[in-house]
Design a protein around this ligand. Structure first.
Ligand code: CAA
Length: 379
């Protein structure tokens, strides 16, 4: 077993770290406050190949592996967690299913512009009554000749209102339960298709998060990804990859919080000495670091499994669950170490705390990850 990153991965880490420090970090607090979608961040990230890290170059991507993808999302999220999720959704939830299940025509039409970052994508699975119970879809796709007619509403869709292309799921045969769900691609501007209500969130404030509304929308049958009825499996397979991206996002946020906590503890003087000299603070820092390292190892393990195994559901679930809980605890403790200064917006740790919280919810709550892990033990 070799824990060392390859030379290519090390070069990527340095390149993304430098980019994130220079281009993303300086604006992170501002866009958190303004809630302004960071178009420039996405454009610059696209120039570096970060919109399709693990997509072959032939299809517009950077042609790297999933560990490289996890490294990129960690580095981006350390500087700006909002940008982290925007990129993660485009990479894992949009490019990945097109790469794996799309035909060459769909790859040409949808994947190349998305992986190269000329376009941005979103993933429409969640509905008001289909959150954790993702198979309980209401959106319908009725076949009429060479078209499908779509009706329904998706909600909480990251990138929803800014996306050029959406990968979405709809029922094609209600009698078949989860095996009656199919996957489709749709482009912005299709008549009857629009973004709905935009959410005002606790954290990752500048990422767009909206409804997608379909009112008698006609799309070509050629936009169906995979076979009819294959949609639920495509969604679950896709989320196995997406959860690695969110685990990496959590690791990035946690690392930023740890770095701030260490720096602050060395410069904050109380009772005549830096607070870092107190054992109570040292133990908190040690616990933070332990959790951070374990979270990263689980994340790399899941990314490796995504690259080399047919299915990585359990590895992904463990990585996301552990990393999300770690990020919540580490950002919580980073505020504690800052005391009152940690609670005010002048210092970044309160933003990290708000940003970390969603990693326990989206792409499957902590409880969903436990369901996935437990079901693998009990089958
Ligand atoms: N890969 C391939 N197939 C899979 C699979 C996977 N990872 N997981 C399940 N399947 C297959 C199963 O094998 C089964 O097929 P068979 O009947 O042929 O064996 C079929 O799918 C149904 O599986 P389950 O019975 O396990 O399905 P379930 O209805 O009990 O659901 C669940 C299980 C784990 C709770 C699932 O519904 C789930 O993951 N829910 C959470 C949804 C989620 O993560 N949503 C996130 C939305 S996107 C988002 O958040 C983006 C964002 O904002 C950033």
């Amino acid at each position: 077993m070799d824990f060392k990153l390859t030379e290519e991965q090390e070069v990527l880490r340095k390149m993304v770290k430098d980019f994130a420090e220079k281009e993303l970090k300086p604006n992170a607090a501002r866009i958190d406050k303004s809630h302004e979608f960071p178009v420039d961040n996405v454009k610059k990230a696209a120039e570096l190949g970060l919109m399709g890290v693990a997509v072959p170059e032939q299809w517009g991507g950077a042609g790297m592996d999933y560990v490289s993808y996890a490294i990129a999302i960690e580095e981006v999220s350390r500087a700006c967690a909002t940008t982290g999720v925007i990129l993660s959704v485009n990479n894992s939830l949009v490019c990945d299913p097109l790469k794996t299940f799309g035909n060459d025509m769909q790859k040409e039409k949808f994947l190349i512009p998305l992986a190269s970052g000329r376009k941005i994508g979103c993933f429409g699975l969640t509905e008001p009554n289909a959150g954790t119970d993702a198979a309980n879809q209401s959106t319908t796709a009725v076949r009429k000749g060479d078209e499908y007619i779509i009706n329904g509403t998706k909600n909480f869709i990251t990138n929803g209102s800014v996306a050029d292309t959406a990968i979405f799921f709809a029922i094609t045969d209600r009698s078949k339960g989860s095996k009656g769900i199919s996957c489709f691609a749709i482009e912005k501007g299709t008549p009857g298709f629009r973004a709905g209500k935009e959410e005002d969130k606790l954290g990752i404030c500048a990422s767009a998060c909206s409804e997608l509304v379909f009112e008698n929308v006609r799309i070509p049958a050629a936009n169906r990804i995979g076979a009819e009825g294959e949609g639920f499996k495509i969604a679950m397979y896709t989320l196995d990859g997406g959860r690695i991206g969110i685990a990496a996002q959590a690791v990035g946020i946690a690392r930023a919080a740890e770095e701030e906590a260490v720096a602050y503890s060395k410069q904050r003087v109380q009772f005549g000495q830096p607070i870092s000299s107190f054992q109570g603070i040292q133990w908190m820092l040690a616990e933070m670091h332990l959790k951070l390292e374990a979270a990263r190892l689980l994340t790399f393990n899941a990314a490796w499994a995504r690259q080399h195994k047919d299915r990585c559901s359990v590895e992904s679930a463990m990585a996301k669950l552990f990393a999300a809980e770690a990020a919540t605890k580490i950002t919580h403790d980073a505020i504690q170490i800052h005391g009152g200064y940690g609670y005010v917006k002048e210092y970044p740790v309160e933003r990290f705390y708000r940003d970390a919280r969603i990693t326990e919810i989206y792409e499957g709550t902590n409880e969903v990850q436990k369901m996935v892990i437990a079901s693998s033990l009990l089958k």
